[in-house]
Structures are given as C-alpha cells and as structure tokens.
Write a protein that binds this ligand. Structure first.
Ligand SMILES: *[C@@H]1O[C@H](CO)[C@@H](O)[C@H](O)[C@H]1NC(C)=O
Length: 395
C-alpha cells in the first residue's frame, strides 16, 4: 500500500510532464478564449470557439474549463464538420450555470447539446440548470411556463464518455442519450428536489451499447428512464432516490415503435422511491416489445412498488380506446431482490390481456411490508419462480 501511495503521484507527475512536453494533445482553455469564471458573464462564445478549434485540430484535443463558475446559454456542440474524434472536455472544479431567468432559453429544448459527435469525453464538472424557478412556475399554474430545457443531450453521437459529472437542478431531464451508440457513463451524480416535475436523471432512447456505472441519482421523476429503441443497456452500481425508480417506459404511446431489448440493472439500491424497477406501457395498440431484461441484486428501502409491470398506463383515461396494451413483454428475470416495501403489494404484474407477459422469472425475492411478507398480484402473465420467494409467487 505504502509503495503504491508513493508511486502513484510520481507516476502522475511523470505522465503530466511527459504529455505536456510532447504536445501530442492540443489544449484549449476557455478562459484564454474569453470565458469569465464569475458565473455572471456570458461565456457561451468562448466554449463554441474552443469546440470549433478542437474540431479542427489534428490529434487529440482537450478543452480545459478551469475552476470557477461559467454562465453558458443554450449551446450546440456540433460534430457535423468535426475532423477530430478524440476530444476531451476537462471540467474538474468547474461549474456551468444556466441563465437564472428561464425565459432566456424559452425556445430551446436543450441547454447543452452534442449533435453528430464521434469520440468525445467529459471529465468531471458540474452542470447547474437552475431549474427551481421553472419548477415553481409549473407547480403553481403551469400554463404560462416554458417546457424547460434538458441540461445535457447527446443526439446522433458515437463513442461518448462521461466521467465524474454532476448535474443539479435541471429544468427538465438531466441527461438524455438519444439516437447514439457506445456511450459510457461512470460516476455520475444527479440531484433535484423530490417534488421537481419531469426532472428524470438519465433518459436513454433509440440508442445501443450504453453503460451507466456508479450513478447516484435523486430527482423528482425517474432516476433512469428507458425509451423505445434501446438495445444493450447496462446499468450497474446505481443508487436511486428520491425519485420514481428505474423505468422501462412509458412505451407504446404510438403504434409503430421500436422495441427495447437486452437491458440489465445489476446491484442497485432504491430508497424511498415510488417504484423500484418498473416496466410501463400505454393501454393502446402498438407493435413494440420489451425482451431480455435482467434485474439482479437489488436492495429496496421503503419503496412503494418495488417490482412493477404496468401495462394499463393511460393518464386521465384519454386516448386509449381499447384500454389494452399491444407491447409484448417477455424474458424478464428478477433475481436477488430484497428489502422493504412501503405498500402491501410489493410485486405487481399487471400485463396486457392481448399480449400476455411471458418468460417472466423470479428467483430469490424477499420483500417485507411492515415486518411481514408483502403481497404479490398477477394478471395475464406466464413464468416461473425459483428459490425463496416472499411474497409468495403468483406466477
Ligand atoms: C447485451 O448487452 C451487453 C451490454 O450491455 C452486451 O455485452 C451483450 O453482448 C449483449 N447481449 C447480446 C445477446 O447482444
């Protein structure tokens, strides 16, 4: 251990010295390009300039955002004409703050968006969406408030790394991965108040090969939500709460929809959340599906609906003439799920009578409600149970 402690900083120093002296990486510092770390001066242009230069440089490029607060308006980091596929944005100790008046970005869907970018990595830093006044507006009357911006969105991107990023108080969803491929998130922290509307932590949709490891998420909506067209999504070491849990869905709002396939949630803790792991589909016709899902090694602390499949979602009973979901759910495994439920029915499988759930497996589930085994309820489902199952399986 001692040797390691001595060697590591020395090695680091050596690497730093070595990399700066060989100049294989071109460095752009946003402060040198006019950004001010006072949190008040609009620094958007310096960020765009840094991005454009990094895109045009040969070899790897690093954009440095030094310690301090930087006010940034809605911005798109566009990769369309980017020649560089190795750009790192290093934000250790830096906070990007959104304009305090939500009307400034009224017409924008996103605050910070990466579009058509291949090979970008974000290291450290904090995004402060300053969403509280918009949430208050929405909670008060809702009619005159803008929809709000998602704090960070990647669309049409490839080979993305997000490491050690913190996102707080987003106006709407915090991080959105859309139409993207090979995205790795590690050590992401997300915080918004438990009554903030639509502040999902991470939303993944139409994307393949996305990994979320070591995320700590507490918001007013889903910690992680998974939309249509998601394939090969891996989530591991997740802490969730407050919030609505991890949710596949809502799916099946439209008739033609891509399915969700090969999703894993492994080693996660849910505390005081509305659901634990949920699959939620609209009660209307749809050709979509959910298959090959594994929920493994999950701890529930006073979770309202630890295990939930809800195929009768239809808010205000509007737009669901048939009241039956067309989304087919199959091959879902719940393994090693334990802890406490905050309601009596800890396991609820409310599947579609038109397309019953099939291949649902439960093994070693132990959920307690007020010191007694909880209850489970099943409809339109086929599957099997192994090992200890409390509440008794209804499969
Ligand atoms: C499922 O996704 C994981 C990554 O999340 C991947 O390693 C694995 O190969 C995928 N399985 C199939 C059958 O595609």
């Amino acid at each position: 251990m001692n040797t390691l402690n001595i060697v590591t900083p020395l090695t680091l120093l050596f690497i730093l010295f070595f990399s700066s002296s060989t100049a294989s990486t071109t460095v752009y510092n946003v402060v040198e390009l006019g950004a001010k770390s006072d949190g008040k001066t609009d620094s958007t242009n310096a960020f765009i300039e840094a991005w454009t230069s990094a895109c045009n440089s040969v070899g790897s490029a690093t954009i440095i955002v030094p310690h301090g607060q930087f006010l940034v308006k809605n911005v798109i980091f566009d990769g369309k004409d980017c020649r560089n596929s190795d750009i790192t944005i290093s934000m250790e100790g830096a906070t990007l703050v959104a304009p305090s008046d939500y009307n400034v970005m009224r017409k924008s869907e996103n605050w910070i968006r990466f579009g058509k970018v291949k090979g970008v990595s974000i290291q450290g830093g904090t995004l402060d969406g300053r969403g509280t006044s918009l949430w208050d507006c929405k909670l008060a009357d809702g009619k005159h408030c803008p929809d709000g911006t998602r704090s960070l969105k990647f669309s049409n991107c490839e080979d993305v790394k997000i490491e050690g990023l913190t996102s707080i108080n987003s106006q709407k969803f915090h991080i959105v991965i859309y139409d993207s491929h090979n995205v790795k998130m590690h050590g992401v922290t997300i915080r918004a108040s438990s009554d903030s509307p639509n502040t999902d932590g991470i939303h993944v949709e139409s994307s393949t090969d996305v990994t979320i490891n070591r995320a700590d998420i507490g918001t007013g909506d889903d910690c992680i939500s998974i939309g249509p067209g998601t394939k090969n999504l891996w989530m591991e070491n997740i802490i969730c709460g407050p919030g609505h849990g991890i949710s596949i869905g809502s799916l099946g709002k439209r008739f033609n929809e891509q399915g969700v396939q090969n999703v894993t949630v492994k080693t996660a803790t849910f505390t005081g959340t509305q659901s634990g792991v949920r699959i939620k589909t609209w009660a209307k016709p749809c050709n979509g599906f959910v298959k090959d899902v594994l929920f493994q090694d999950l701890m529930m602390n006073q979770v309202k609906n630890p295990i939930l499949i809800d195929q009768h979602y239809c808010p205000h009973n509007k737009g669901c003439p048939t009241q039956v979901s067309g989304v087919k759910i199959s091959q879902v495994t719940y393994s090693g799920i334990r802890g406490t439920s905050a309601t009596q029915v800890a396991v609820k499988f409310d599947c579609s009578s038109k397309k019953p759930c099939s291949g649902i497996i439960m093994e070693n589930v132990n959920l307690i409600y007020q010191n007694r085994p909880a209850q489970s309820s099943c409809s339109s489902i086929d599957g099997s149970a192994y090992g200890v199952i409390r509440p008794l399986s209804c499969l």
